[in-house]
Write a protein that binds this ligand. Structure first.
Ligand code: GDP
Ligand code: IMO
Ligand code: MG
Length: 443
C-alpha cells in the first residue's frame, strides 16, 4: 500500500499544505517528519475557511486521517497548544487523532532567544548577512539534539532528571546569552520547569511511540503520507548552506524523522511552484528584482505564512528542481500556483546556467555558493496565456496549447511527470491525473 513522501522541491512555500490536504482524502495517516513551527502550511477548506498549520500535519481537516508528529520534529509546546485550539475551534477533533513521538525534541525559550541573538549578531557583522531564520528556535534546538543535550518529550516524565538537565542547559545558555551575545534577557529555570510541567499534562494524551505505531500501520498496508516541511534547497546537507534550515527536509529525512524504513516508501512527490520564491537570505539565481517579480508577489500573495515577510520571487529554475528531484528520487510532480502566471505575456523557464567567467554552459546545480554567485541563468521563453485561460478547466487535455507547452517543458527539464496541477488555493482546485490518484489508491 502507498507510503508517499510529499516534499518541497525549491525553497519552501510551494503549497505542500494544499497538496497534502488534497491527497489526505484517501490517506489513513499523515506524518510530519522534520522541522518545527518554522513551517507554515496553508489550507483552504471547501467552505473557503483558511488555516495555517505549523506543527500539526495537513491531514487534520479530514476525519479519516490519523496525524502524527514524528521524532524528527522539534516541538514548541506554545505553538502546539495554540494550533490544537485553532483546529478544535474550527470544529475538528484532535484528541484520538493526533499522536506525537515521545522521542521528539522540545523547543525551549532559550532556543528562541539564541536564534534571535545569533541572527542579530550575524546581521551586524562584517558582511551584514544573517540567515534570515524564522526566529522559532529551530537551529539552536537541533544543535542541542545533535550535541546530545536536548530535552525530549519523554524527559518530561522524569521530573528529577528533567530539572537536572534544565539546570545544566539554562546555566550554559545564560552564560552564552550574557557573555557572547551581551543580552540581559536571561532564562529562569524554575519558570521553565513550571511552564513545561503544564505542557506535559496538556500533551500527555497525544504522546506515544509513533515509530512503532507507523511501522504497524505499514505492516497493515495503510495509506500513509509523509509531509515534508521546508524544502530540498533548504536542506542542511543538500541545500544552499549556510542559508538553510537545520534539518533534512529531503526524502531521507522522512525515514529518520518518522521511523518508517526506506524499503516501505513507495513514492516520492515533489511539490513545485510554477515560478520560484524564497524567504530569508541566500542565493536565488532566477530572482526577479523588477516589476515582473513584484507582479508575481502581488498576484501570488507571496508573503510568509509564518512570519509575514515578503517572499523574493523569480522564474522557475529547472536546473535547481532537476537537482532536487535527483536527490529525492522524485517520481511525480505536484505543480502549484499555475494560475498565478495567467496574464503574463511571456513566461521564462531556466533550463541551464552559464558560468560568467568563461561562458561554460552548466546543466547541474551546485551548492557551492561561490560558484552559484558566478553563474547566470539561461532561459527558454514561453508565450503566456490570458488571465481567464485556466478558468473552469478540470482536465489537462482541455488546457490551451500555450499552457501545455510550458507544462511539457517542465516535465522534460525536470524529468518527471506532472501528477497534479494546482490552479487555486482550494482543496478541489486541481487537475489530478488518474494514474497519480491510482498510485495513492484514491481512484
Ligand atoms: P507550504 O508551506 O508549502 O504549505 O506553502 P504556504 O502555505 O506557505 O504557501 C503557499 C500559498 O499559496 C498559500 O497561501 C496557499 O493557500 C496558496 N496556494 C497553494 N496552491 C495554490 C494554487 O495553486 N494557486 C494559488 N493561487 N494559490 C495557491
Ligand atoms: P514551509 O514548510 C520557507 C527558511 C527561513 C530561513 C531558513 C532558516 O512553510 O515551506 P529556520 O527558522 O528554519 O532556521 O530558517 O529557512 N525557512 C522557510 N522558508 N518556508 C518554510 O517552511 C521555511 N522554514 C524555514 O526563511 O531562510
Ligand atoms: Mg509555508
Amino acid at each position: 500500500m502507498p507510503v508517499t513522501i510529499v516534499l518541497g522541491s525549491q525553497w519552501g512555500d510551494e503549497g505542500k499544505g494544499k497538496v497534502v490536504d488534497a491527497l489526505a482524502e484517501g490517506a489513513d495517516y499523515v506524518v510530519r517528519y522534520q522541522g518545527g513551527a518554522n513551517a507554515g502550511h496553508t489550507i483552504r477548506l471547501p467552505d473557503e475557511r483558511q488555516y495555517v498549520l505549523h506543527l500539526i500535519p495537513s491531514g487534520i481537516f479530514h476525519s479519516n486521517c490519523i496525524c502524527v508528529i514524528g521524532n524528527g520534529v522539534v516541538i514548541d509546546p506554545v505553538a502546539l497548544r495554540t494550533e490544537i485550539q485553532m483546529v478544535e475551534e474550527a470544529g475538528f477533533t484532535v484528541k484520538g487523532r493526533l499522536f506525537i513521538s515521545h522521542n521528539a525534541h522540545l523547543i525551549m525559550p532559550y532556543h528562541r532567544q539564541l536564534d534571535k541573538a545569533s541572527e542579530a549578531r550575524l546581521a551586524s557583522g562584517t558582511n551584514g548577512q544573517s540567515v534570515g531564520t524564522t526566529g522559532r528556535g529551530i537551529g539552536p534546538a537541533y544543535e542541542d539534539k545533535f550535541s546530545r543535550k536536548g530535552i525530549r518529550i519523554v524527559d518530561l516524565l522524569d521530573r528529577a532528571s528533567l530539572r537536572e538537565k534544565l539546570r545544566h542547559n539554562v546555566a550554559e545558555k545564560n552564560e552564552l546569552l550574557k557573555k557572547f551575545y551581551a543580552s540581559d534577557e536571561l532564562c529562569d529555570v524554575d519558570q521553565i520547569i513550571r511552564d513545561y510541567e503544564v505542557f506535559d499534562e496538556e500533551m500527555d494524551p497525544y504522546i506515544t511511540d509513533t515509530a512503532l505505531m507507523l511501522c504497524k500501520a505499514v505492516g497493515e498496508g495503510k495509506n500513509i503520507l509523509l509531509e515534508g516541511a521546508q524544502a530540498a534547497l533548504l536542506d542542511i546537507d543538500f541545500g544552499t548552506y549556510p542559508f538553510v534550515t537545520s534539518s533534512n527536509p529531503t526524502a531521507g529525512g522522512a525515514c529518520t524523522g518518522s521511523g518508517i524504513p526506506p524499503t516501505a516508501i513507495t513514492d516520492v512527490v515533489a511539490v513545485v511552484k510554477a515560478y520560484a520564491t524564497r524567504v530569508g537570505n541566500g542565493p536565488f539565481p532566477t530572482e526577479l528584482l523588477d516589476e515582473t517579480g513584484e507582479r508575481l508577489r502581488a498576484r501570488g500573495r507571496e508573503y510568509g505564512a509564518t512570519t509575514g515577510r515578503p517572499r523574493r520571487c523569480g522564474w522557475l529554475d529547472a536546473v535547481a528542481v532537476r537537482y532536487t528531484s535527483m536527490i529525492n528520487g522524485v517520481r511525480s510532480i505536484a505543480l502549484t500556483k499555475l494560475d498565478v502566471l495567467s496574464g503574463e505575456s511571456e513566461i521564462k523557464l531556466c533550463t541551464k546556467y552559464e558560468r560568467t567567467s568563461d561562458g561554460k554552459i552548466l546543466d547541474h546545480f551546485t551548492t557551492d555558493l561561490r560558484a552559484l554567485a558566478g553563474i547566470r541563468p539561461i532561459y527558454e521563453s514561453y508565450e503566456g496565456w490570458s488571465a481567464d485561460a485556466l478558468d473552469g478547466i478540470s482536465r489537462r487535455a482541455d488546457l490551451p496549447p500555450v499552457v501545455e507547452r510550458y507544462l511539457s517543458a517542465i516535465e522534460k527539464e525536470v524529468g518527471a511527470p506532472l501528477g497534479l496541477i494546482s490552479l487555486g488555493a482550494g482543496r478541489n482546485e486541481s487537475i489530478v491525473e488518474e494514474d497519480f490518484l491510482a498510485a495513492r489508491s484514491l481512484a
